[in-house]
Design a protein around this ligand. Structure first.
Ligand SMILES: [Zn+2]
Length: 427
């Protein structure tokens, strides 16, 4: 007797439809026509069953604050930083907890069960950090939350910031962050990365750098991240987020750099919705797309994942915590519209993100935690094209969310159409 059986799943890698059985929070069996019974039986009717989406880059401390104290009318990064500097004066633990929890709930309802959040640790009381550390434990049964110490104003930009960064690691953050291109000088930026790598070694934490998020083709901290990763031999534990300047470098330098990146084996996170919006603001025309070289990194065998970055905050007023919308934008901006490229984009919001976060037991395999999403689509292509909802979401063996497919009826004269978006067409 199982706790849950998902009947007739389309599970990539298996021929025909399979039943996935769950007991005590773990995947117990994957088989065709499993005769056993379960307390809960969910009929999947050939729908796509996938491991959960991974959100590798979000700022939960600032989610759901757009309009406070005012909306970002220019939509630029700099007006966003200015508004956040004002808003963060009134942060308190309950405020951060309420907004972050609300965001995590609607992310989970759409199939995201692994989240890496950055948290600004240049605020002297570390209020948001403490709120998110508590929340990480509170939500552990349904979402894995990783916390990055993010020095928004730079490590050496203010005298207290280095101490705050170390204090944040001491309090239990999982990942150390940095923002070298926003340090006061190039030299400070290089020094900040050296410091981050030595702190990571001491505190046994992962590294995730806001790296070169600027249209300046002279911003070359990605090479410094790669050099540090090569010297420390820890590339798989290191992530370079944004790296938008990489889209502006000349091709001779980019070719050389790509070789170093392959050698370093670091992870990448691109945030297509945010960077297509924030970058290229000083350009007239032609206007740059502002996203890093996602397609070329992927073609070079590097691990690329995609993130949303912002949900209704001072930098981006849209955002719904939906990874299919992130991949959809990524496909457009990176021009990855070939069938193989579309499949690769789906990997960037699932397994590649899990690799970035170093999740050890990710994937639908017997013995792994039963973290499973059933999408309202028969396959990956359909899921991305129609931006379907998650039919069922199962976290650690518990059925936590269900969304019924959208159903549209057309009754105009001459039309007799009954169309369910996302449903498998029976023939
Ligand atoms: Zn960010």
């Amino acid at each position: 007797m199982y706790d849950i059986i998902l009947r007739d799943c389309h599970l990539p890698g298996y021929t025909g439809e399979v039943d996935v059985a769950i007991v005590q929070g773990k995947i117990a069996s994957i088989a065709t026509k499993n005769k056993a019974r379960a307390t809960t039986e969910l009929s999947c009717q050939g729908l796509l069953v996938t491991p959960p989406f991974v959100e590798p880059h979000i700022h939960l401390d600032s989610v759901l604050t757009a309009g406070e104290p005012r909306f970002n009318q220019s939509g630029t990064l700099f007006e966003g930083i200015q508004i956040w500097a004002e808003r963060k004066q009134s942060l308190h633990k309950k405020d951060v907890r309420r907004r972050a929890l609300e965001a995590l709930k609607f992310m989970a309802s759409q199939g995201i069960l692994y989240v890496r959040t950055h948290v600004d640790v240049t605020e002297t009381k570390l209020i948001a950090l403490d709120a998110l550390l508590e929340l990480r434990e509170e939500v552990r049964d349904w979402v894995t939350l990783q916390i990055v110490t993010f020095p928004q104003d730079g490590i050496f930009g203010q005298p207290a910031n280095e101490r705050l960064l170390i204090e944040a690691l001491r309090r239990g953050a999982d990942v150390i962050g940095g923002i070298p291109h926003y340090e006061l000088t190039r030299e400070d930026g290089v020094r900040s990365l050296d410091r981050i790598f030595s702190l990571a070694a001491r505190h046994h934490c992962l590294i995730d750098i806001h790296c070169d998020e600027i249209d300046d083709e002279q911003s070359r901290f990605l090479e410094v991240v790669a050099a540090n990763a090569i010297r420390h031999g820890n590339g798989e534990r290191v992530t370079a987020s944004h790296t938008t300047a990489f889209a502006c470098y000349n091709d001779a330098y980019s070719y050389k750099l790509m070789g170093f990146l392959r050698r370093a084996g670091i992870n990448f996170v691109a945030n297509p919705q945010i960077n297509i919006t924030l970058q290229g603001r000083m350009d007239t025309y032609p206007k740059r797309r502002g996203m890093t070289r996602v397609k070329e990194l992927w073609q070079n065998g590097l691990n690329v994942s995609l993130g949303q970055d912002c949900i209704f905050d001072p930098w981006y007023v849209l955002g719904t915590g939906n990874m299919l919308s992130v991949a959809h934008m990524g496909i457009h901006v990176a021009q990855m519209i070939g069938m193989q490229e579309i499949e690769a984009s789906f990997a960037m919001i699932t397994q590649n993100g899990a690799r970035t976060l170093q999740i050890p037991d990710y994937g639908i395999k017997v013995g792994n935690p039963a973290n499973i999403v059933v999408l309202n689509a028969p396959n990956i292509f359909h899921a991305l094209r129609f931006q379907v909802s998650a039919r069922y979401v199962i976290a650690h063996g518990k059925w936590i969310a269900e969304t019924k497919p959208v159903e549209t009826m057309m009754n105009a004269e001459g039309l007799d159409m009954h169309h369910k978006v996302g449903h498998k067409k029976k023939s």
